[in-house]
Design a protein around this ligand. Structure first.
Ligand code: SF4
Ligand code: SF4
Ligand code: SF4
Length: 358
């Protein structure tokens, strides 16, 4: 497609021959709001906190000390490893999990947005990542920047994350199918989200979280960059994304601003297309580039995607899959609340539910 006939969805109004070193005019306010990553991440974080509160209220009801509150299905997102077991069981022909289907749907949504939009789950949705990013932002506010650790250590840390991701996925893929299917039928699995919530209030967990927070203030979100196996998986998937940031080398003025604002320590000014698995499509570099048309998000290196359109596509894809799952009865758990009540009251940990399933 000729350069001048590309669909222009961009927010830039200055010509591509912008004077060297000049700034482009600010995008309209509504576009800046719509393209604000913090807006979406805050909404998802607040919703996550709301879901946890609802889960605790549901537990209170189950223990007989409060009114009935529906159990929020979205808390399944707290058990990614457990639901990945179920996901691989499904892929291998073990059937769809009708007991806790929301977990499978969340995995599918995360994989889909990460594949389509450069690790879009990490960039625009994940509430856990948002917490660590908040601490990293606090560090930048306090000290002006996050400290970059030596390159060799950074590479080793990132390698460790991919190793963790590979080991987890391998372990989940080789577990016998009958065991994987049986795992999701354990009442332990039904209430594991509650156990995690209670665990988060334990001093040992708070100490680890506090350490991670301090490290994030100093070095950026260390959990996301070096430890999170899911981040490793989504990065690998995102590397194959058809949508990515592209640079027009002919009009680049090598000002270095794109590298300066990149929270993932990627340098877009060195490449014609950002393949780096750490890129989460945050669009900060695109918005910061002072030369119109130099740095742009593109699908298949051709179709331009404006910075304010990108998050709408990410969230839109997420909601479309969610809506489809809800409309087809593949989101809500088929475990009756009374069954949950019995499990929570009895504190059953590892009892199979054959009676219920038969
Ligand atoms: S790396 Fe892990 S914790 Fe961080 S944003 Fe991605 S999935 Fe969330
Ligand atoms: S691509 Fe980066 S280095 Fe080149 S003009 Fe844009 S911000 Fe400056
Ligand atoms: S600033 Fe650019 S290169 Fe860095 S993560 Fe965001 S989109 Fe990717």
């Amino acid at each position: 497609m000729p350069e001048d006939s590309r669909p222009d969805t961009g927010v830039r109004s200055e010509p591509a021959t912008a004077e060297v070193g000049s700034d482009r005019p600010l995008a309209p306010r509504w576009q800046r709001v719509v393209s604000s990553r913090w807006l979406y991440k805050t909404i998802f974080l607040l919703y996550f906190i709301f879901a946890v509160v609802q889960l605790l209220r549901f537990e209170k009801w189950a223990r007989g000390s409060g009114p009935y509150v529906p159990r929020p299905e979205s808390v399944a997102g707290m058990l990614p490893i457990g639901h990945f077991t179920s996901f691989f069981a499904w892929v291998r022909g073990g059937g769809w999990d009708m007991l806790l289907p929301a977990g499978l749907v969340i995995i599918l949504m995360s994989l889909a947005v990460s594949l389509a939009f450069k690790r879009g789950f990490c960039g625009w949705i994940c509430p856990v990542g948002t917490v660590w990013e908040l601490f990293a932002a606090l560090g930048r506010r306090l000290f002006g920047r996050n400290v970059r650790i030596p390159r060799w250590l950074d590479l080793a840390g990132r390698g460790f994350r991919y190793l963790l991701a590979s080991l987890f996925m391998f372990a989940l893929m080789v577990v016998p199918l009958s065991e994987a299917v049986g795992f999701r039928q354990l009442p332990y699995m039904w209430t594991a989200d509650l156990k995690i919530v209670h665990l988060m209030a334990q001093p040992s967990w708070l100490a680890v979280a506090g350490l991670a927070a301090v490290l994030s203030v100093l070095f950026g979100p260390v959990w996301c960059r070096y430890l999170c196996p899911l981040g490793g998986l989504y990065s690998s998937v995102g590397a194959a994304s058809p949508c990515a940031v592209s640079r027009d080398a002919e009009i680049c003025i090598h000002c270095g601003r794109c590298a300066q604002v990149c929270h993932a320590f990627v340098d877009p000014s060195k490449v014609s297309r950002v393949h780096a698995p750490e890129c989460d499509g945050c669009m900060d570099c695109v918005k910061e580039c002072p030369v119109d048309g130099c740095l742009e998000a593109k699908a298949f290196s051709r179709v331009r995607i404006a910075p304010w359109v990108w998050p709408l596509l990410v969230i839109g894809l997420w909601l479309i899959i969610f809506g489809f799952a809800s409309a087809t009865g593949n989101w809500t758990s088929h475990i009756p609340p009374e069954q949950y009540r019995q499990v929570i009251q009895a504190g059953i940990l590892e009892q199979r539910t054959q009676g219920f399933l038969e």
